[in-house]
Design a protein around this ligand. Structure first.
Ligand SMILES: Nc1ncnc2c1ncn2[C@@H]1O[C@H](COP(=O)(O)OP(=O)(O)OP(=O)(O)O)[C@@H](O)[C@H]1O
Length: 311
């Protein structure tokens, strides 16, 4: 668990982060979102003390981070940034091994961990371990960057625009992979983005920043349904809001008993995907593929009910 209490950071007279308090639950993902210059990166870097707070306290699992030497603190916290920050003259394997080696792990344990992580990120260890970063695609480099951040089994992973440099298709896959890996490892993630769609996709909680202040801190569904007046409302209140709401709910949650014609849709698909499918096929209901045999379907009225203000 990460507790940020009344944390501020001034640069000269300018206040980059202004009295922010929030608690990130263990094993959850919190996304910091806001416009450029709103203080997201500064807040993130105060968690691992790459930037020292001017005032306030950050605690990780109950321990005040100010009481731990900065280097020691950072070895225990994963940090992944846009552009990956890989060492260009080191192989992929050596890049991933950086922190475990600094921590004095023995060679066999480091090698095992590197192999395990490469496999987890769907990069064949024998093929990719000996390569240099420039021999990898952007998406592969990004995965190596996250693998390196996770190498020493940190309980906390900080990510600053980790998918910013990726094209939309690879970005969507990278987001899904991160979710799957985060759920599997149970690591606590704080991620910075300026993309509200990314925040809704990934966040258990979203922290909306504006002008250094925390404007709202809540789960995505609540931010969409009840945005704080002013900046947050403008951020999420556009014409896409119904679709964003639908992207948060699964087909299984709105399905009913009954039959329908056509290729079934998975119950784990989002209602946004189901709506898109219905419109594309020009039908009002679709069968749902579920675990048990009882026939179920998803209908247009059931989807509409979940897309509006009353959802
Ligand atoms: N080292 C520094 N010296 C002076 N001012 C700084 C420094 N770092 C950040 N700032 C200022 O603090 C404010 C917040 O910056 P920060 O990088 O945290 O914002 P951000 O929301 O992460 O923006 P972006 O999305 O563009 O990265 C900005 O006005 C920035 O110019």
């Amino acid at each position: 668990m990460i507790e940020v209490e009344h944390v501020s950071r001034r640069f000269g007279k300018a206040v980059a982060v202004d009295d922010v308090s929030l608690t990130v639950g263990r094993g959850s993902i919190t996304v910091l979102v806001g416009t450029s210059g709103s203080g997201k990166s500064t807040l993130l870097r105060m968690i691992n003390r790459l930037i020292e707070p001017s005032s306030g306290t950050v605690r990780i699992d109950g321990r005040d981070t100010a009481t731990v030497p900065g280097e020691t603190l950072r070895r225990g916290i994963g940090y992944a940034i846009q552009g990956h920050g890989l060492f260009p003259h080191w192989t992929v394997a050596r890049n991933i091994a950086t922190v475990p080696t600094l921590l004095g792990w023995d060679k066999a344990r480091v090698d095992r961990r590197v192999e395990e992580l490469l496999a987890l990120f769907e990069l064949d260890p024998a093929t990719y371990g000996p390569k240099f970063p420039h021999q990898l695609s952007g998406g592969q480099q990004q995965r190596v960057g996250v693998a390196r951040a996770l190498a020493a089994e940190p309980a906390v992973l900080l990510m600053d625009e980790p998918f910013g440099a990726l094209d939309p298709l690879i970005r969507a896959k990278a987001q899904q992979d991160l979710l799957a890996i985060q759920r599997r490892l149970g690591v606590t993630v704080v991620l910075v983005t300026h993309d509200i769609e990314e925040a809704i996709q990934l966040g258990d909680h979203i922290a909306v920043m504006d002008g250094g202040r925390l404007k709202q801190y809540a789960p995505p569904a609540e931010i969409l349904a009840r945005p704080a007046p002013g900046y947050v409302e403008r951020l999420v209140g556009g014409g896409d809001r119904p679709f964003r709401l639908l992207s948060l709910a699964k087909v299984g949650e709105a399905a009913e008993s009954g039959t329908a014609e056509g290729t079934p849709i998975a119950e784990t698909a989002s209602l946004r995907d189901a709506l898109s499918d219905l419109l594309w096929r020009g039908v009002e209901s679709l069968p749902v593929a579920g675990a048990d045999g009882a026939p179920r379907r998803i209908t247009l009225p059931a989807i509409l009910k979940r897309a509006g203000q009353a959802a």
